[in-house]
Design a protein around this ligand. Structure first.
Ligand code: ARG
Length: 290
């Protein structure tokens, strides 16, 4: 008669019942003990292995794969005479990766509306692209703690005196970037003759305004301010009050809550040790409002 023991790890041990007479009894007990010992040993080894995986995660520490859409200065944009991207987000994510102990931080350029799908398919570890934390996006992904306070604003061509605020956009043509909160807001104004034109990048929306293909651009205030300061004010101006208070967050897959926790921890550290303030001042010229 053969007996079967199963350890929690799924290994089977067979031992033979060597007879019922007393002579074999001792042998039987010893072999039972051996089986138990081996099973316990294997179990411990198995648990140990798993523990190692989550605590030091050597493979995962090699490279952090980051996605962005770099038409969003001063958060992410191509660095002059270089293949690298620069901006507040880029500096911040590189500092976060370093703080978390990654050897390498690789930044990939994608369409804005492709970033969340790429997070969910596992092609990216994180996405940082001036992402506003919204309830709708929270259904799909995890966000880090907020790292920047933003809001929507409106620019029109300099000579335009008809549009002074969002309420004046009725019947006008609005240019926006695909998949953004600006696009979402413009959609709400659609109808009654209002037309919304969507573009793959934020830059293209502003070019449409320049070329008189649109009356207004709705985008994030700091991005529009940067655009005006860097040549845009030749033909465009900011009008009205910035619309909503939005918070930017770093996007992480729902399958990776551990990574989200570690990013928050790294952000806490960078906020405490002054790195965050230094980067903020570098890109926005002032200390963040407390
Ligand atoms: N904050 C806005 C949003 O979340 C716009 C972000 C656009 N970002 C970019 N890198 N183009 O929808």
């Amino acid at each position: 008669m053969g007996a079967k023991t199963r350890s929690a790890k799924g290994f089977y041990f067979y031992f033979v019942d060597e007879g019922l007479n007393g002579g074999y009894k001792m042998k039987k007990i010893t072999s039972l003990l051996w089986v138990l010992l081996i099973a316990v040993g294997l179990l411990a080894a198995g648990c140990g292995g798993e523990e190692k995986k989550t605590s030091s995660a050597p493979a995962a520490k090699e490279e952090l794969i980051v996605g962005t859409e770099p038409s969003f200065a001063p958060f992410e944009f191509p660095e002059k005479d270089s293949k690298e991207f620069t901006g507040f987000d880029m500096d911040l994510i590189r500092a976060i990766a370093k703080e978390m102990g990654y050897k390498k931080c690789t930044i990939k350029n994608m369409g804005f509306d492709a970033l969340i799908p790429a997070i969910n398919s596992g092609n990216l570890d994180v996405a940082i692209a001036g992402f506003t934390i919204t309830e709708e996006r929270k259904q799909q992904v995890l966000f880090s703690q907020p790292y920047y306070k933003s809001g929507l604003a409106l620019v029109v061509r300099k000579e335009n005196n008809a549009v002074k605020a969002f309420e004046d956009l009725k019947g006008k043509t609005i240019a926006v970037q695909l998949g953004t909160t600006g696009a979402l807001h413009a959609e709400k104004l659609k109808g009654q003759g209002t037309v919304v034109k969507t573009f793959n990048t934020s830059d293209l929306a502003c070019i449409e305004l320049k070329n008189k293909g649109a009356d207004a651009v709705i985008s994030d205030l700091p991005v529009l301010q940067y655009f005006l300061k860097n040549g845009g004010s030749e033909y465009a101006k900011l009008v009205g009050e910035p619309l909503t208070a939005e918070d930017y967050g770093i996007v992480i897959s729902k399958k990776n809550p551990e990574l989200a926790k570690n990013i928050d921890k790294a952000l806490d550290t960078l906020k405490k040790n002054g790195t965050y303030d230094k980067l903020y001042e570098k890109w926005f010229g002032s200390k963040p409002a407390k």
